[in-house]
Ligand binder design. Structure first.
Ligand code: GLN
Length: 475
């Protein structure tokens, strides 16, 4: 059942939140040992929260739009008094003293927090294999990865453990796992959702967003978590956009460009075929759909792998053995920090810190970081030019379907290429959604990506709803 259906039944007193939770906990118990979507399942806290919802309904109260809906949180979102690990040894045993703003808003809307999901360490990766606690497996094929870095959240939704999960997306970490697991994933406009309490990876790119089974659920959850927050200085002081209300508005008269550069070399033929099928479906629904060139997106990956590591190297300086997590002692403060960070961080995180430190170092700053920032500006400009003629853009979400575990771990570059289609909207700060649209040659889910200019989530959701309907009609 969708979050919409569950909340409606619970608010009407037709179902108890406790029963709904117990059903989901039973599903988790049955399959979690194979999938490993969670770092932590909070069964007792969730039962208490569900019972509190039931008491409120019995008393004639309305607990809110997500009343009794079980929700999973990526384990880089701070939860008060509950371990938040970022799937890293360096945060072992650390419990945040506060809830992230999104967590507060979910609780206030009646959601029941079921657990913390696995991720690539500090959200750096595309397969969830960089977790210090072992990989998550794809519920559609347990020999395959779920994508990453929000692989635990995507797998939890795909396996039916929860109808809703939150992830974070710095370069594709919500959309790419959503595509590989056959669920809906949204990266909102930068600044639409507060980052307060999201452990920072690359602050100018990070956004929190929902992973759900339906487009309507994604709209509902985004309406709950979006909105200005004075605790995040990049939060946009605008009212929350109305999304649920526009889902049935269709795409008649909309102009949609299919990004040529994101359908070229490296995109699997079966994935490209689904993107063309999605373009046809949008055209049948009344949109004008044409190919469009957005040249600078081809430089997105290179710019991202300077900007994101540069910001990460600065953000991760705080894990020094003094302020968080376990310490490895040394003769001097410097030796203590080195020993702590050597033991606490995994290989990919170390690679990013070194890359970022290099890109920012005196003498190289202009050649690397400065140049990447100029490319970022160029990408924004090329998008702006495309949006003069088109309301939305369409592309694959990921160049391939879910790949086998271990396939790309030895070759970081091939792993990085997983995000070639998703990174440009992070660099531009624009919203994008991945919608499941059929399967590839191997029978595994394919996601197609819709992109929009900043704060045009409503248009994005209209088109996503059309694709969801078209998929149901053809399957
Ligand atoms: N896979 C990309 C990376 O490794 C994006 C990660 C993300 O969006 N958090 O950096």
């Amino acid at each position: 059942m969708s979050a919409h259906e569950l909340a409606a039944a619970i608010r009407a007193g037709e179902r108890s939140a406790r029963d709904v939770l117990d059903e989901h906990l039973a599903t988790i118990e049955a399959r979690e040992p194979q999938i490993h979507a969670f770092n932590l399942v909070l069964a007792d806290e969730a039962r208490a929260a569900a019972e509190a919802i039931d008491r409120r309904v019995a008393a004639g109260d309305d607990p809110g739009p997500l009343a009794g809906v079980p929700v999973a949180l990526k384990d880089n979102l701070c939860t008060r008094g509950t371990p938040t690990t970022c799937s890293s040894r360096i945060l072992e045993g650390w419990c945040p003293p506060y809830d992230a703003t999104v967590v507060k808003r979910l609780r206030a809307a009646g959601a029941v927090i079921v657990g913390k999901t696995n991720l690539d360490e500090f959200a750096m990766g595309s397969s969830t294999e960089n977790s210090a606690f072992g990989p998550t497996r794809n519920p559609h094929d347990e020999t395959r990865v779920p994508g990453g870095s929000s692989g635990g959240s995507a797998a939890a939704v795909a396996a039916g453990f929860v109808p809703v999960a939150l992830g974070s997306d710095t370069g594709g970490s919500i959309r790419q796992p959503a595509a590989l697991c056959g669920v809906v994933g949204v990266k909102p406009t930068y600044g639409l959702v507060s980052r307060y309490g999201l452990v920072a990876f690359a602050s100018s790119l990070d956004q929190i967003g929902p992973l759900t089974t339906t487009v309507a659920d994604a709209a509902l959850v985004l309406e709950v978590i979006a909105g200005h927050d004075p605790r995040d200085s990049t939060s946009i002081p605008e009212p929350v956009p109305a999304l649920s209300a526009v889902l049935d508005h269709g795409v008649e008269g909309l102009r949609i460009g299919v990004v040529s550069e994101l359908l070229g070399e490296g995109v699997a033929a079966d994935v490209a075929a689904r993107v063309h099928a999605a373009a046809d479906a949008l055209a049948r629904a009344g949109a004008t759909v044409e190919p469009v060139s957005v040249p600078a997106v081809t430089y997105g990956l290179s710019a991202y792998y300077l900007i994101a590591p540069a910001e990460a190297s600065s953000n991760l300086a705080r894990y020094d053995g003094v302020r968080y997590g376990p310490r490895v002692d040394g003769a001097t403060t410097g030796e203590m920090m080195t020993a702590t960070r050597t033991r606490g961080f995994g290989a990919e995180v170390k690679r990013r810190i070194m890359l970022g430190t290099y890109a920012l170092s005196a003498g190289y700053y202009d050649a690397y970081y400065g140049k990447a920032l100029r490319v970022r500006t160029l990408i924004g400009r090329d998008f702006a030019a495309a949006y003069e003629r088109y309301d939305l853009l369409l592309s694959p979400t990921s160049p391939t379907t879910a790949f086998p575990l271990g396939d790309k771990t030895a070759d970081p570059l091939s792993m990085y290429l997983s995000d070639v289609c998703t990174i440009p909207s992070n660099l531009a700060g624009h919203p994008a959604v991945s919608v499941p649209f059929g399967t590839g040659a191997d029978g595994l889910p394919v996601g197609v990506q819709l992109l929009a200019p900043a704060l045009h989530e409503a248009t994005l959701f209209r088109a996503a709803a059309v694709l969801e309907l078209a998929r149901e009609e053809t399957s």
